[in-house]
Design a protein around this ligand. Structure first.
Ligand code: G3P
Length: 217
């Protein structure tokens, strides 16, 4: 399974990238705001650091303007994936970008029908938002399951990029279902390495070790 980091925080990306845990990065306008950085500068810095796809999102809502913005973002680096919202204009822009060989991440997906139509428009990635469906009392991972079935039925190559991953449990359910990628904040990726019984076990080992009076070095 590929791990994308859902942040524009360069230091946080570097920490995970140095451990080989970063297969790509996703950003969005809210994450750019949080970073306090200029979109072009910070995206370039991330693209220089990370080998895999780096999603940069357009903010226009009309296809022609989306295409102009997306082409500007694509010039930042070869590994840019142009991110467009799942609207009719977004799909029009997606088709135009895909026809020119650009990677496209279609975002803000909340239904299997949307995922199917994005695949038909040539999306490289579809981003269903798991946590935001949970927020409205639906099960976001059910959507991942539905999309997996549909894409496999017809052998669509669009990768399922499970987004709005808020918990370790989200990540593991998506892995069991067969999402191609999860994109999660650094805190969720780091939490995947933790378990209370690991902490408890280590504490006991260190207590017992101290009683031996020995040292390894
Ligand atoms: O990649 C989309 C993601 O940033 C949305 O996450 O937690 O704001 O729903 P969240």
């Amino acid at each position: 399974m590929k791990f994308f980091v859902d942040t524009a925080d360069v230091a946080a990306i570097k920490e995970l990238n140095d451990l080989g845990m970063v297969d790509g990065v996703t950003t969005n306008p809210s994450l750019i705001l949080k970073s306090g950085r200029d979109i072009i500068e910070v995206t370039k810095e991330i693209c220089d650091m990370v080998k895999g796809p780096v999603s940069a999102e357009v903010v226009a809502t009309e296809a022609k303007a989306m295409i102009a913005e997306g082409l500007k973002l694509a010039k930042i680096a070869k590994n840019i994936a142009i991110k467009v919202p799942l609207t009719w204009d977004g799909l029009t822009a997606c088709k135009a970008f895909a026809s020119e060989g650009h990677k496209v991440n279609v975002t803000l997906c909340f239904s299997a029908a949307q995922a199917l139509i994005a695949a038909k428009a040539g999306a490289s990635f579809i981003s269903p938002f798991v946590g935001r469906l949970d927020d409205i009392h639906m099960d976001g991972t059910d959507l991942i399951e539905d999309i997996r079935i549909i894409y496999d039925n017809y052998d669509y190559k669009t990768e399922i990029l499970a987004a709005s991953i808020r918990t370790v449990n989200h990540a593991i359910i998506c892995a069991k279902i067969g999402a191609d990628v999860i994109t999660a904040p650094p805190s969720v990726i780091k939490a995947m390495a933790t378990h209370p019984l690991t902490d408890k076990g280590l504490e006991q080992f260190l207590k017992d070790w101290a009683k031996t009076g020995q040292q390894i070095l």
